[in-house]
Design a protein. Structure first.
Length: 148
């Protein structure tokens, strides 16, 4: 899958910076369920999805996965569940918190030059400056492909 190699390399580099240790493309493609591998994999998948050039089945193939639902599950883990996921903490059910905010990936992707436009964050001043419509196309639950 050399077609995806440049994006995977950049995702591995970004994951290395995020986790402050070396993350290789081979480790991202590994089937390990260790948290030291899965969190960087979730991060890299969310980064590749934020670029918006590839569908979930294409991302799944790039990571050596069988199905797009694996990517969907990883995105839900990275960005938080849609209200349906819970975990037990001290005997109580609490919602699963996202590992990262979508805005982080939007900013990274724009800074890396994958998409044009201003760097977007979700604070109130930026929403007014950039405009509600431009911001929601990236951070809404309607999907990141809406920007195209």
């Amino acid at each position: 899958m050399s077609f995806y190699r440049d994006i995977l390399d950049k995702a591995a580099l970004r994951a290395s910076v995020e986790f402050r240790r070396l993350v290789t493309v081979e480790s991202l493609k590994d089937n390990s369920k260790s948290i030291s591998i899965t969190h960087p994999r979730h991060f890299a998948i969310a980064y590749m999805h934020a670029i918006g050039r590839h569908s979930m089945p294409q991302i799944a193939r790039a990571f050596g996965r069988q199905d797009h639902t694996t990517i969907l599950s990883s995105l839900r883990r990275a960005h938080g569940h849609d209200g349906g996921g819970f975990q037990l903490r001290n005997g109580e059910r609490q919602p699963i918190e996202p590992l990262w905010k979508k805005e982080q990936f939007t900013n990274m992707v724009m800074l890396d030059g994958w998409t044009g436009g201003p760097v977007v964050s979700a604070d109130a001043e930026t929403i007014q400056a950039v405009g509600e419509q431009n911001l929601t196309r990236f951070v809404s639950g309607k999907g990141w492909e809406a920007a195209a």
